[in-house]
Design a protein around this ligand. Sequence first.
Ligand code: SF4
Length: 222
Amino acid sequence: MSGREARPDLQEFPLIWLSGTNCDGCSIKALGDTTAGGLEALLTGAVEGLPRVRLHHALLSPESGDAFTDIMLRAGRGELEPFGLINEGAVPTEPESGFYSGLGDVDGSPGGLGRWLDILAPRARFVIAWGDCAVWGGPHSLEPNPTGATGTEMHLGTEFRSAGGLPVINCPGCAAPTVLNGLLVQLLQWHLEVGPAPRLDRDNRPEAYSGPWEGAFVAWKG
Ligand code: SF4
């Protein structure tokens, strides 16, 4: 297969962006990242050889209400594949203290971030945990942690693999460093079989960006 020419169905690549217990700072960081032409280069299809990224983001998408969650539900039913998944939020897990980070309904029940991850992550080609909140729970998981906030990989399990066979790709930092655009380009090239999958370190952080990870850690792995 020779990449985009052999995949005319891939004129668009959906990218679903979840947020949960977070401050939106990592979204702001991504929007301000000018590397690799900025996120807008991917969103406008300006990156040579790659499909236009169709971003589905609660703050940036024109859809709202049922129209917004319908896209996510379709993805959870396998009707949107292939797609990528980014999570920016810590995952609340403490049902005794309340319900947090709800977004629409899933199977007739309020859709918390953990539920959305459960139905979307296994169908996604790749899953990126974007920022400390998503990687290990961030400031929301500090004691006494009344919401039971935890990270994406901790929620999905260390054995988790995406539909593309990748573990959760961890990009820690508060806010996350400016690595998202380059990482997305690499992941899309890998998806189109014109490039390798990102090499990950022992904490599942992309090795190509070892500089930004200095001082950024994955708490539960020490
Ligand atoms: S990691 Fe920091 S900047 Fe990013 S969403 Fe969490 S609190 Fe905000």
